[in-house]
Design a protein around this ligand. Structure first.
Ligand code: MN
Length: 312
């Protein structure tokens, strides 16, 4: 594992924790931090050039279109580690003709207990096998990223999961260098995690009020790609902000969209078992994701055709 490393990780909580675990693992293998490049990735974003001597990690993410993954595997061989838990990636590697070759490819959507598993949990079990239980911070992030915490929303585990998400959204932004630094430190210092959780509960109360106001001003109901939906135009991402307006009895989807000067970034969220946001995202543009959360990009021209609103 010596030499140089390029760590490409999905720029969210799960991706950042995946990258932090790789960092910890490389540190234990005496790789200098200066020999590791961390690059947060977003679907639709550009892919960094790979150095000739670099070992490449692709975590909680895949190159798009997925066919590119076979190309990188063939090119990099044993210099590639790909760990992901997205449904779309699993379907891809299960296809006839896919060959992981010399690369280390760990793609699973479910853990040994049959429940959904997060990428950071897969990274943990891949790199730190002899130790059974992941640290609490890995578990909390796994709970959030897979929606497992929603099975028992009133449990302490679920509340801590949500609180930590609020805190990291504010103070450890996953696709920044400072943010990633917190994830790395949190693996060594449990005190940082409990502090984040208790501060996160305060942020949660405050944010709920702001979100409610934002939704009142910037959201509306209608259909999105034919699905009954509550839609939000604004810069915010994530499903949390929809709480005051999302009604699963009425809506199949929560949809956020925002034009960034180049493309319209669309976020899709759902809590319904018959809705697969990742599949909808894949069909609709340059994107993919989970059953419960996914994203894709489209153009200013195409967006209005996806939306229908009943006008009074
Ligand atoms: Mn993930």
């Amino acid at each position: 594992m010596a030499g140089k490393h390029l760590v490409m990780y999905h720029g969210d909580q799960d991706g950042a924790m995946s990258a932090a675990l790789v960092s910890r693992n490389l540190e234990l293998s005496k790789v200098a931090l200066s020999d590791i490049r961390f690059v947060p990735m977003q679907y639709g974003g550009s892919v960094p050039d790979i150095g000739e001597d670099e070992t490449v990690w692709i975590l909680d993410f895949s190159l798009q279109p997925l066919e590119k993954m076979q190309g990188v595997i063939n090119e990099l061989g044993s210099r590639l580690v790909w760990i992901d838990h997205h449904d779309t990636s699993l379907k891809y590697v299960e296809q006839d003709g896919f060959d992981s070759g010399e690369s280390l490819v760990v793609i699973r959507t479910k853990g040994q207990d049959g429940r959904a598993v997060a990428a950071c949990e897969l990274v943990w079990s891949t790199l730190f096998k002899p130790v059974n239980n992941p640290p609490l911070v890995v578990k909390l992030i796994g709970e959030w990223d897979t929606w497992r915490h929603m099975d028992e929303p009133d449990s302490d585990l679920s509340k801590d999961t949500v609180a930590l998400k609020y805190w990291t959204d504010g103070f450890a932004v996953a696709d920044t260098e400072e943010g990633l630094g917190w994830y790395i430190r949190a693996l060594k210092d449990k005190g940082l995690v409990s502090k984040a959780v208790s501060e996160g509960r305060i942020l949660e109360d405050y944010s709920a009020r702001l979100y409610e106001q934002d939704m009142r001003n910037n959201s509306f109901e209608g259909t999105f790609l034919g699905y009954p939906a509550v839609m939000y135009n604004g810069t915010g991402k994530g499903s949390l902000r929809f709480e005051s307006v999302y009604n699963p009895d009425v809506h199949d989807l929560m949809v956020s969209y925002c034009f960034d000067g180049r493309a319209v970034n669309v976020g899709l969220y759902s809590t319904k078992s018959n809705i697969h946001c990742g599949e909808i995202a894949k069909k609709s543009g340059n994107g993919g994701g989970h059953p419960g959360a996914a994203g894709f990009q489209t153009t200013m021209g195409k967006l209005p055709k996806m939306i229908e609103v009943e006008t009074v």
